[in-house]
Design a protein around this ligand. Structure first.
Ligand code: AMP
Ligand code: MG
Length: 673
């Protein structure tokens, strides 16, 4: 087996046709490929131990920093014995026998001890001094009696109807914090609680670990910064934003240098500048092949010892490159955002936190069970993106079905799990550790697993406004039904056409599931406006025109999609150009036509409208909900059903081009389009 250091998606292709030097290069990289554990061990050995530089900060600026040294309490808190209530400072011995029947009478001393006032008079036997909450206890007093249990007895005395125990309502000096006590330890993260503790002791400055400055550089000719116009074939720089934010979340100070084109001179200049400014450099992209494969070659010129690992047995993430240049860590993350994210959280965050003086992250891991078997490649540590949902006995980690190139799996994901290199699978039911991508997880109130539709967001909007967390995991109709049968979701949105009965969805219901009608989506032929082969035609006319014109290219749908059945029926066995281009979603069809990669395809009306494409309606698709009967009474499911039936949702759905189903008599409702 030849393992190239190319990015995961194209490495297979690279092995088909290889010039000799290419093969040699791959051979060399094969020899140096390291396991995750060995790569981490060597990287850490090259970096640690190291001194963590400290800096003095004003307390007000220390929030989020890490204490560099222990702080010892310089004073007692409270600094004196203090009253906890409004009342009277007394000698408890005077009140031993006091009761409702035999009130004790105490003469008042001629002062009121307010907060911040030093008492002048001693509390002698048979006397009391009025004292406010927070006032220092006068000499002679050993307890405080609440004002509620006393009554004035003339101008200069009170009657007390309760006994008082010694120390009652008194906070003794040092009872909160004792002078000399270790207040906070080095390594503590300074939050509002820590700021409060330090302020209580009068500490205005602390020595904190200087946040490591981490330069972030994205590489690639195709990258554009968010906020700028997206030219054709360009993509937004995702890694720059992700990595900078994740550095912030883990105790570093990101210095974002933007995206640098794949140009040796410019990249070297950027890397040199970044390394001069920062304690650490994180690049992304450009670890793959050929002309783009620059950054790792440049590293050798930047400092010693240079590359520690280039090529780690990770999936995805094999192109990861770890280096140390004159004591500073230099990392090249793989280009694909999900791969960059996995490798950053799994391998770089621990190093960054150590440099920042922070302990390993404890809030970013949870245990969860996997509901399905996850196949894995033997020999590589595999990362799998997961969404967390609550099962009957703990969290369930639902693997996302998307490939390593898809940013969309981020949107649904709470974190990722890791499958050991020596395992070829993770069996269903395995309890495993999940690394959270954001250090808090809120388990959703409503879990929707199945086919996604933009209309769904319109229905769940009121739930989100009401504070319910809705998690929608797109795995397709069949995946949704399987999840519903296993009881992992509340409902599964489906649009499955049954060829035999000629109906939607109902034939697919298993026991324990019931169908709630959702809405109808008009499917039809989509084309660029102004194309005369389609404009003003019926579907039959359009298909005739398409079949007569060999230059006309179609975009199909995947086998198993209801839309595919419609297309095949329309084509009646014909295989026009483009037939084998079979994307899996309505949106991909519209994109292919809008971008001139195809001239026609079949999609749903709202998607065609959103891309400003022409549309010839053909047939309605039924998008309904398979509800798990056992979970129907849950408040979030009830809220969903109420939202689905509400005028607000139905109006919003209609406005977006969908036709809400009538729950009673769907067939009687005429198409509104
Ligand atoms: P590379 O390793 O540079 O060949 O990149 C592999 C893939 O990741 C390509 O599809 C790149 O377009 C993509 N990619 C690289 N860098 C970024 C980035 N900063 N943001 C989003 N995608 C990226
Ligand atoms: Mg690149």
């Amino acid at each position: 087996m030849l393992i190239s250091c190319g990015n995961d998606m194209v490495s297979d292709m690279s092995n088909v046709q290889q010039p000799q030097d290419r093969a040699l290069l791959d051979q060399e990289q094969f020899l140096t490929i390291l396991s995750r554990e060995e790569a981490l061990r060597r990287f850490e050995a090259a970096l640690f131990p190291r001194a963590i530089p400290g800096e003095a900060r004003k307390l007000a600026d220390a929030l989020g920093c890490v204490l560099a040294e222990d702080v010892v309490a310089p004073i007692d808190v409270p600094p004196f014995d203090r009253s906890n209530v409004d009342g009277f400072a007394v000698r408890s011995a005077d009140l031993v026998a006091a009761s409702e029947a035999m009130p004790a009478r105490l003469a008042l001393n001629g002062e009121v001890v307010a907060c911040g006032t030093l008492p002048m008079h001693q509390v002698a036997a048979g006397t009391a001094t009025a004292i406010a909450t927070g006032g220092p206890l006068p000499r002679g007093a050993d307890a405080v009696i609440m004002v509620e249990y006393t009554q004035p007895a003339g101008m200069q005395a009170i009657e007390v109807r309760r006994a008082a125990s010694p120390g009652q309502f008194v906070s003794y000096a040092g009872s909160d914090i004792a002078r000399g006590e270790a207040l906070l330890r080095a390594g503590s993260l300074i939050g509002s609680r820590e700021v409060g503790i330090l302020a209580a002791c009068g500490i205005a400055h602390v020595t904190v670990a200087r946040k490591p400055r981490v330069a972030v550089v994205s590489t690639g000719d195709e990258l554009v910064q968010p906020g700028q116009l997206l030219p054709p074939a360009a993509i937004y720089d995702t890694n720059g934003a992700i990595v900078a934010a994740a550095i912030n979340e883990n105790g570093g100070e990101p210095l974002f240098f933007g995206a640098v084109p794949d140009d040796e001179t410019r990249l070297e200049a950027a890397m040199r500048w970044a390394l001069a400014e920062a304690d650490m450099l994180v690049l992304s992209g450009g670890t793959s092949k050929g002309a783009g494969d620059l950054s790792h070659r440049l590293i050798a010129r930047l400092g010693k010892p240079g590359i520690i690992a280039h090529g780690v047995a990770l999936k995805p993430g094999k192109p990861l490159c770890l280096a140390v240049c004159d004591g500073k860590p230099v990392v090249i993350l793989p280009g694909f955002p999900t791969s960059a994210m996995f490798t950053f959280h799994d391998m770089i965050v621990p190093v960054l936190r150590r440099m920042a003086g922070l302990p390993p992250r404890s809030d970013a891991k949870v245990n969860a069970k996997v509901p399905v078997r996850i196949a894995s490649e033997l020999g590589r540590t595999e990362f799998v993106m997961v969404s967390l949902v609550e099962g009957s006995d703990g969290l369930i980690a639902y693997p996302s079905g998307k490939g390593s190139g898809a940013i969309t799996s981020f949107a649904q994901a709470d974190g990722f799990l890791r499958i050991d290199a020596l395992a070829d699978q993770m069996p269903a039911g395995t309890e495993t550790e999940v690394t959270l991508l954001t250090p808090h997880v809120r388990v959703p109130d409503l879990v929707i697993i199945g086919s996604h539709c933009t209309g769904l967001d319109l229905v769940t909007a009121p739930l989100a406004r009401a504070g319910l967390v809705v998690r929608s995991i797109a795995v397709g109709s069949l995946g949704g039904l399987a999840a519903a049968r296993r009881g992992e979701c509340d409902l599964a949105p489906i649009h499955l056409f049954d060829d035999k009965s000629g109906t939607y969805n109902t034939p697919y219901l298993a026991e324990g599931l019931e169908l709630v009608p959702g809405w109808r989506r008009m499917q039809g032929i989509v084309f660029r406006k102004g194309d005369e082969r389609f404009e003003g035609s019926s579907t039959q006319e359009a298909i005739a025109a398409v079949l007569a014109d060999r230059a006309c290219i179609m975009v199909n749908r995947n086998q198993g999609a209801g839309t595919r059945i419609l297309i095949d029926r329309l084509l009646g066995g014909a295989r026009p150009e483009g037939y084998w281009n079979q994307p899996r979603s309505h949106n991909a069809v519209a994109a292919a036509v809008a971008q001139h990669r195809a001239d026609w395809g079949m999609t749903i009306a709202p998607v065609a409208d959103a891309s400003d494409l022409g549309f010839i309606p053909l047939a309605e698709e039924h998008y309904d909900f398979a509800i798990v009967t056992a979970r129907r009474q849950r408040p979030a499911v009830q809220a969903f059903l109420a939202a689905l039936a509400s005028d607000e949702s139905r109006t919003a759905l209609r406005r977006a081009g969908f036709r809400p189903a009538s729950p009673d008599n769907d067939a009687a409702v005429r198409a509104v389009r």
